[in-house]
Design a protein around this ligand. Structure first.
Ligand code: ADP
Ligand code: MG
Length: 483
């Protein structure tokens, strides 16, 4: 069939974006795939397209952790005339019953569910009446401990797929770390690199530059040069620590250089205002922590600078990749000071607390809930004896316990969490914080090797790290330009 014509007729798009067509062709011919495309690049179209071609009893099943987006995703598919629906916890028991009945009777070509849905026997009995044309795992990085958003329920998806008679798999994600790729492949029995499609990784218009710097003064001076050169153009400067960001902000103020700030200590409405000022071009420079940039769409960012080292090559590339979305040449300036490494090492120690620490935090929450529910993190921190205000192990422990299902977010108390169950030895085994910490230390090490390797095109080094094969050097990084 003519896919381009179908795209135009049914979806009203002129052409496919890379690599939508390859994904669709392979999926429809029954090849299991892991496909990576950046956020906003159009992953949904790939399964919508398959659903639009589902005939008879066929069904495209999309598993997604994003319950809040399912209604929206369903509506969008319906706009293309695809019979779509979703089943999740936001529906009443009656509504769920009704939809499952309809699915069993052959209604709908596209359905969205969260992985927990498979725990319900009723869901199985309705699915068993249908032929699964495509088993789509959206946000597939959630299956991996090395991803940034691990969901234990994703571990069981391959079992479910087998039980459904091994339908064709399409695993989709925007987050492309090699560890995560391998993990997804292993769990779904994919072969890399054959079963992998990497989309949108190549950024030939980015000129990546690295500077060996000693101390804050040198950094500030270097950035003044950059800012003078890029005057009036949009840029982001990334920091790991709010304190460093604030210091640099004061420095810029003393030089009368206009800028806005974005970090976690600002009030949400202030943060939002600053972000908007930057996005609308009212302010051309923003000083930010890594939280800034997720989901933002500003095509004309001309430079991104790293004042402190990020945690990994993937974090670095994601951040510097916010420059030059419009395809115009854009610059990355990485200021490397060896001492910054210790900050990242300290971060890792805090982000992956020891099992005994997690247990102690849980016990405190459980046994002193009367106090904890009111005084929250302040009390916990006090009890865990912290001299260091920046130590965020308690927060890390609470978010780990929440991920395990031992705590649950709950707005009824100032603390914001309630106790569901005790952590088990399996929890600690499944997500060994020491192992995670070591893996993340390795990522940091890879980043260091990358920064220090001034013998090979910077972009080629990044592509290699992502298992992406490109031969042609960029010609514009510090290595290629020979500076
Ligand atoms: P993500 O990859 O983040 O899941 P989406 O699937 O939500 O992204 O798509 C982002 C936007 O891209 C949507 O508004 C969609 O309509 C648009 N889009 C998808 N494919 C194409 C295409 N081939 N041409 C133009 N726009 C497209
Ligand atoms: Mg998506």
């Amino acid at each position: 069939m003519d896919f381009n014509k179908w795209l135009q007729d049914k979806f009203k798009f002129d052409s496919f974006r890379f690599p939508q067509k390859e994904i669709i062709e392979k999926s429809l011919s029954g090849l299991p795939l892991l496909a990576l495309m950046p956020t906003g690049a159009g992953k949904s179209l790939t399964y919508q397209f398959a659903a639009s071609l589902a005939g008879g009893n066929e069904l495209v099943l999309v598993i997604s952790p994003l319950i809040a987006l399912m209604q929206d995703q369903t509506n969008r598919a319906r706009e293309y005339g695809i019979e779509a629906t979703f089943i999740n916890s936001s529906l009443s028991g009656e509504q769920k019953q009704q939809r499952m009945q309809q699915i069993a009777e052959g209604q709908y070509k596209l359905i969205f569910v969260a992985p927990e849905r498979f725990q319900k026997p009723e869901f199985w009995s309705c699915l068993e009446k249908r032929k699964i044309k495509l088993f789509v795992v959206d946000e597939a990085h959630c299956i991996s401990l090395w991803g940034h958003d691990f969901r234990p329920d994703y571990f069981k998806l391959q079992n479910y797929r087998e039980r459904l008679g091994n339908p064709t798999l399409l695993a989709l994600t925007a987050t492309a770390t090699p560890d995560v790729q391998n993990d997804i492949a292993k769990q779904f029995g994919l072969k890399l690199p054959d079963d992998l499609i990497l989309g949108g990784l190549e950024r030939p218009n980015l000129s990546l530059n690295f500077f060996d710097i000693y101390g804050e003064e040198d950094k500030n001076e270097k950035l003044l040069e950059v800012l003078a050169e890029k005057k009036g153009q949009s840029g982001i400067i990334y920091f790991s620590l709010i304190q460093t960001l604030e210091n640099f902000s004061r420095f810029l103020q003393s030089k009368k250089i206009d800028h806005v700030k974005y970090h976690g200590d600002l009030k949400p409405d202030q943060r939002k205002r600053n972000q908007n000022d930057f996005l609308k071009g009212k302010s051309s420079l923003i000083l930010a922590t890594p939280a800034f940039g997720l989901g933002i769409d500003k095509p004309d960012i001309r430079f991104v600078s790293h004042y402190e080292i990020p945690s990994s090559i993937e974090a670095y590339f994601q951040e510097v990749g916010r420059a030059g979305r419009d395809g115009q040449t854009s610059w990355g300036y990485f200021l490397y000071d060896q001492d910054d490494l210790s900050i990242q090492m300290q971060f890792l120690t805090w982000a992956y607390p020891e099992a005994a620490f997690i247990e102690k935090v849980f016990d405190l929450i459980k046994t002193r809930y009367d106090i904890v529910s009111v005084q929250g993190f302040d009390y916990l921190r006090e009890q865990m004896v912290f001299k260091n205000r920046k130590d965020f192990r308690v927060n890390a422990a609470v978010s780990i316990l929440t991920r395990w299902g031992c705590l649950e977010e709950n707005d009824e108390t100032p603390f914001g969490y309630k106790v569901l169950r005790d952590p088990t030895p399996e929890d600690f085994k499944l997500e060994d914080q020491n192992v995670l910490k070591k893996e993340h230390q390795k990522k940091l090490l890879s980043l260091m090797q990358f920064v220090k390797n001034d013998q090979e095109c910077r972009l080629l080094q990044v592509y290699k790290y992502f298992n992406h094969h490109v031969d042609k050097v960029c010609g514009i990084c510090d290595v290629c330009a020979g500076s």
